[in-house]
Design a protein around this ligand. Structure first.
Ligand SMILES: *[C@@H]1O[C@H](CO)[C@@H](O)[C@H](O)[C@H]1NC(C)=O
Ligand SMILES: *[C@@H]1O[C@H](CO)[C@@H](O)[C@H](O)[C@H]1NC(C)=O
Ligand SMILES: *[C@@H]1O[C@H](CO)[C@@H](O)[C@H](O)[C@H]1NC(C)=O
Ligand SMILES: *[C@@H]1O[C@H](CO)[C@@H](O)[C@H](O)[C@H]1NC(C)=O
Ligand SMILES: *[C@@H]1O[C@H](CO)[C@@H](O)[C@H](O)[C@H]1NC(C)=O
Ligand SMILES: CC(=O)N[C@H]1CO[C@H](CO)[C@@H](O)[C@@H]1O
Length: 394
């Protein structure tokens, strides 16, 4: 009896000591970890997002989104109207780059330092990058690659997908990409651009915010360009800035090709084709960009991209063509490069804009008319000003 008791209390003491030890370990590690995560805004949002997901995962609204085809670009816009007679031959005084840029220019020390600072919550993440698409079996691979690619830009970039469709929300969750519900749609269910900007700006504190079409892959160069912009002494970050650029089309990108930055750069060099300078696929803006004043244009339908650039130039915002320093690879599929043109409501944006403004010089919203541009000169990042053709006047 006594023996048993002694043995038992020895075990009890051992048990208590072990528990205490494990508890102390867990407490110090987990507590630190949780504090770091909880302090982070993203954590709160993911948590909120997950609980909203629980409420809404059965409310698929694919009905609303059926008309939303995969985003395309709008080069045909030039032919849209009489103001554009000269549009077809807007020459550039400064020739545009025709070869995609390369990772070798990227200053890795800067990026490593920035990463540490962002992770320790002493610098804001650079960018909230968002898009929206509808479920489309033909686009599964494209969207999977986009999710993998955008997620790889973490922690510099917070990727967000707007959707109310449970299948898309599930895929995003698997890829650790945050989803948000679509708060405003028009033209039969297509997301209104400005409200997506409003929503992410309310939720995330980053230096830049960007919509991008959902089939665009980026590399380190995106991060590097934005990091350099912030470091730059010439650019006033408090003013509205709009950064746009040409995309590089690459056909039928595979998982192997698309899932790391080096491979994306390689295929863009070996089989990429720089697309027309009249189309823009992403719009990087600062917190001060007055999205509130922008008409309710929708994504994935032509005319809004050129109008945004045209209007920003007209309003004298700082518009910058980053084609030379941001590689934006478009995953071209069977649907080709002019999606968003053959669809219902194809002229929704154009009709909306012409109702509001008499004279829209869409061609002045092409990249060839953007005066300021980024470049690397002897690996040094620069923002320069070039002369554009007189017909680019706004
Ligand atoms: C940084 O931490 C502070 C306090 O822990 C928190 O209020 C703030 O939101 C955090 N900022 C970011 C960008 O996570
Ligand atoms: C896309 O990813 C999902 C899971 O994330 C997977 O089930 C699906 O097979 C993938 N599709 C393709 C075409 O890779
Ligand atoms: C998407 O879901 C949100 C929240 O559940 C809802 O408020 C919104 O109206 C939905 N959007 C569309 C386009 O149905
Ligand atoms: C965003 O971050 C900046 C810089 O850290 C800070 O001054 C500002 O208060 C933050 N805003 C919000 C809404 O958290
Ligand atoms: C990059 O491409 C090579 C050659 O196709 C392939 O072996 C490698 O697995 C790819 N890398 C990734 C991360 O997929
Ligand atoms: C496509 C389009 O909107 N075309 C219009 C261009 O402007 C002329 C008048 O200048 C209209 O007749 C066209 O319908």
């Amino acid at each position: 009896m006594l023996k048993f008791n002694k043995k038992s209390s020895a075990w009890q003491i051992l048990f208590i000591l072990t528990s205490l030890f494990v508890y102390l370990c867990l407490y110090s590690n987990v507590f630190d970890g949780l504090r770091a995560i909880r302090g982070n805004f993203v954590y709160t949002v993911v948590k909120r997002d997950l609980s909203s997901l629980l409420h809404h995962q059965f409310r698929s609204v694919s009905y609303y989104l059926q008309l939303l085809e995969q985003m395309g670009t709008q080069p045909e816009v030039l032919a849209l109207n009489g103001t554009t007679a000269v549009a077809f031959n807007v020459p550039t005084t400064t020739p545009l780059a025709t070869t995609p840029i390369i990772l070798e220019n990227v200053d890795n020390t800067l990026l490593d330092m920035l990463k540490v600072r962002i992770l320790s919550n002493s610098t804001l993440p650079l960018l909230t990058l968002f898009s929206s698409w509808n479920a489309n079996p033909k686009k599964n691979l494209v969207h999977n690659l986009t999710l993998i690619n955008w997620r790889s830009l973490h922690p510099y970039v917070i990727p967000v997908v707007f959707s109310n469709e449970s299948s898309i929300i599930n895929e995003c969750n698997q890829a650790s990409v945050i989803t948000l519900p679509l708060s405003a749609v028009a033209a039969g269910g297509i997301p209104v651009l400005k409200y997506m900007y409003r929503d992410v700006m309310n939720l995330f504190n980053t230096s830049f915010y960007a919509f991008s079409n959902g089939d665009i892959l980026f590399t380190k160069e995106l991060i590097h360009t934005l990091a350099q912009m912030i470091k730059s002494t010439t650019e006033d970050m408090r003013k509205p800035i709009l950064i746009v650029g040409r995309r590089t089309n690459v056909e039928h990108i595979t998982i192997d090709e698309g899932s790391d930055w080096g491979n994306i750069t390689r295929i863009s060099k070996s089989k990429g084709k720089l697309f027309t300078h009249v189309a823009e696929d992403y719009f990087i803006t600062t917190q001060t960009y007055p999205w509130n004043d922008v008409p309710e244009v929708v994504i994935g339908r032509r005319a809004y991209d050129n109008w945004l650039v045209y209007n920003s130039r007209k309003m004298k915002y700082n518009v910058i063509d980053a084609t030379n320093t941001i590689l934006a690879v478009h995953q071209t599929t069977q649907a080709g490069n002019f999606e968003g043109h053959g669809h219902s409501n194809r002229d929704y944006n154009h009709n909306l804009l012409t109702k509001m403004y008499k004279n829209i010089k869409y061609y002045a919203g092409g990249l060839a008319c953007v005066e300021r541009f980024t470049q690397y000169k002897s690996k040094l990042f620069q923002i320069k000003t070039r002369k554009v053709h007189p017909t680019c006047g706004v």
